[in-house]
Design a protein around this ligand. Structure first.
Ligand code: DMJ
Length: 685
């Protein structure tokens, strides 16, 4: 099949009988031979010895120069990658998938391609492997830099000698043709912001510059990782759970808001493919490229916001706008930014109120907005938990209207009377801008993410906005003073509610975001006792799972204040459901990142087992359940919330990942739907 290899160089220099050069060479060789014969034996021996010595020295220095050159060449590869692939063109998608901007990434492999059972380093058969997403790195230098999902590939496990041998075999066979792919492996996730953010310029008037997503990390900055069998098993289990959830969504609810896995149908809320968009960045982070590519094609071809539909401002912002913005940052793909801009501008009518406190609902097709049918109030958490997303949209578009609108809300709330030691009521009126339903204070539903976003906006903006910090610190003092108590039996610390000066020992599962937020604050220099409280509350949230017969938390727990040997946690019949919520695993993720205490991972692992045991639906999908106290009959509710894919599984993955640079908490701030947004670069001093 193949033509013989060409030897033009040899035939030209040695074989052409008509060549003048050739004849001259012949005469020169004859005269040299005569001179050689005239030399004494000793002289000839000496010359031969010197020639041999020169030959040996020549060979030695050639090999060392070659090694040196290869080392330089590798470095140049990375420099070239940084300059050419990661900076001159939008970073993220292209380096990974080898696609031009705006083109759908090519699926490389899917679940059907992965081996069902693979041997591990001990030779024992193990469970299903992560699908081969990209070819594993082929140079030893790159083995050391490899991290994140590609390192989950069996061949990429540096602690696995079998895998290593296989890799080295591949090196020899595929080195040339794979060189281009290697460059894409390390930067495939494209998620990293340069370590030295402080040197980056602030948003400028130059729109292109302003809209540029954060550059992926220089591969040289990455920490060498070894994935232990335990980590591998856990990460694989999370990816399997995601695939199972996605299968149900794909088969029965594709392009719709939510999967109903029992009836194998779908539910519609806004009609905007809520689950699909919420899950985009999770797929990217997990390296599920085939699934991501399908979803991206849907966004490109089928997602339209030009629809006569009422959407909830808060839910649409945190799930869809947040999901599009974070996916833009991870992939560098303009498609997601364009969609985010379109949606953001369609949500703006919500702010046209007498008080500037936005209405809860917007018709994104008609450009009209209104409060709920029964009131002119908006929920406090809803109007104060859209800021991260709108502020980021302004930064990316250099259009200040989004940031101005949401900053105005924060300024109003900051000045508003009616707080109780920093704690806020649950409602605010859109006409007069005043708190309503005063006297009830909770860290749960309707107020929760107000507190979360005070801290996160402060972090997002480079810790310069003092009002946000002041309100956050005051609020946590208020929480400690009015809402924190301990149970009688086991002294579990919990956060209750205050209702017209009466303490209610009731805690929503939603409150379990608080340990993570407190830990994030402490990590950013806030008081150490915030971390102490975080540790105690984390234990309580864990007990809310552990003490249930299914190992899953109820939606609401009540706590016993009586000193007895009875139970700490009491669950009322109406509160026994579990909606696949993320807050506890979210906090476990923060706690593990900041303490490295492996008990947090173990708690998370137990939770994942319970989700798999009681909420997994055969045929695809996971379902909310009615009764966490009845393992024999948990009562499936036939609904998979979009946050199960957007948040819960993402936090499981991040909790189990050894890669601390995967969405570093010093570079990203997660919105309340687990969509990571960059912490802004500090302005030059
Ligand atoms: C999510 O939509 C968000 O986390 C929100 O802040 C609270 N509720 C759900 C998850 O429980």
């Amino acid at each position: 099949m193949y033509p013989p290899s060409r030897k033009d160089f040899i035939s030209l220099t040695l074989s052409d009988p008509h060549s003048q050069t050739y004849n001259n060479g012949k005469h020169r060789r004859q005269s040299c031979w005569r001179k050689w014969k005239q030399l004494s034996r000793l002289q000839r021996s000496l010359i031969l010895f010197l020639l041999a010595l020169l030959l040996i020295l020549g060979l030695l220095s050639y090999s060392s120069i070659t090694e040196h050159w290869r080392g330089l060449s590798d470095q140049e590869d990375w420099l070239e990658l940084n300059d050419r692939e990661l900076k001159a063109i939008p970073p993220g998608v292209k380096p990974v998938l080898g696609q031009a901007a705006g083109k759908a990434p090519a699926p490389v492999a899917g679940p059907h391609l992965r081996p069902a059972v693979v041997p591990d380093a001990t030779g024992e058969a193990r469970g299903p492997n992560i699908p081969i997403l990209v070819k594993p790195p082929i140079k030893k230098k790159i083995f050391a830099n490899k991290r994140g999902p590609p390192s989950l590939q069996k061949d990429g496990n540096v602690s696995d000698t079998v895998g290593r041998e296989k890799q080295e075999q591949v090196v020899q066979e595929e080195e040339g043709e794979e060189e281009e792919k290697q460059k894409k492996i390390v930067s495939w996730r494209g998620a990293m912001i340069e370590a030295d953010q402080a040197t980056e310029p602030p948003p400028s008037a130059n729109e292109k510059e302003a809209a540029a997503p954060p550059a992926p990390a220089n591969p040289a900055d990455t920490v060498p990782l070894e994935v232990s069998p335990e980590t591998r098993e856990r990460l694989e289990a999370v990816c399997d759970a995601f695939r199972h959830a996605w299968k149900g969504y794909k088969d029965y609810a594709w392009g719709h808001d939510e999967l109903k896995p029992i009836s194998k149908s779908f539910g519609e809320w806004f009609g905007l493919g809520l689950t699909l968009i919420d899950a985009l960045d999770t797929m990217w982070i997990m390296g599920l490229k085939e699934e991501f590519a399908e979803a991206k094609t849907w966004v490109e071809k089928d997602l339209s916001f030009n629809k006569n539909v009422d959407v909830n401002l808060f839910e649409t912002t945190i799930r869809i706008l947040g999901g599009l913005l974070s996916t833009y940052h991870l992939t560098g793909d303009q498609l997601f930014l364009e969609k985010a801009k379109d949606l953001g501008s369609r949500l703006m009518p919500a702010f046209k109120t007498p008080s500037k406190i936005p209405f809860s609902d917007v018709n994104i097709g008609k450009g009209t907005a209104h409060p709920p049918r029964w009131t002119s109030d908006s929920t406090l958490a809803e109007v104060t938990s859209i800021q991260l997303e709108f502020r980021e949209l302004s930064r990316l578009t250099q259009d200040p209207q989004y940031q101005e609108a949401v900053n105005e809300v924060m300024t109003l709330v900051h000045k508003l009377p009616g707080k109780h030691d920093g704690l806020v009521p649950m409602f605010i009126n859109t006409n007069n801008g005043q708190f309503t339903h005063k006297g009830v204070f909770t860290l749960g539903a309707r107020a929760d993410s107000y507190y979360e976003y005070l801290l996160k906006q402060w972090i997002q903006g480079g810790k310069t906005e003092d009002n946000l910090l002041e309100d956050y610190l005051q609020a946590i003092e208020g929480v400690k003073k009015h809402l924190v108590r301990q149970t009688g039996p086991s002294k579990l610390t919990f956060v209750g509610e205050l209702s017209h000066n009466r303490f209610n020992p009731k805690m929503d599962h939603l409150v379990c975001f608080l340990p993570g937020t407190l830990a994030l604050g402490a990590h950013n220099g806030l008081p150490g006792d915030h971390m102490d409280l975080a540790v105690q509350l984390m234990e309580t949230c864990h007990q809310m799972y552990k003490q249930m017969e299914t190992g899953l938390s109820p939606e609401i727990a009540h706590f016993s204040l009586q000193a007895s040997d009875g139970s700490d946690v009491i669950v009322k019949p109406a509160d026994r459901h579990n909606l696949l919520r993320p807050e506890t695993v979210e906090s476990l993720f923060y706690m593990y990142r900041f303490t490295k205490d492996t008990k947090y991972r173990d708690w998370g692992w137990d939770m994942l087992q319970s989700f798999n045991k009681y909420t997994k639906v055969s045929g695809g999908g996971y379902t909310s359940i009615n009764n966490v106290r009845d393992p024999l009959s948990p009562g499936p509710r036939d609904k998979m919330e979009s946050f199960f894919l957007g948040e819960t599984l993402k936090y499981f993955y991040l909790l189990f990942s050894d890669d601390m640079e995967l969405l570093s908490l010093d570079k990203y701030v997660f919105n309340t739907e687990a969509h990571p947004l960059p912490i802004w670069p500090s302005p030059p001093k």
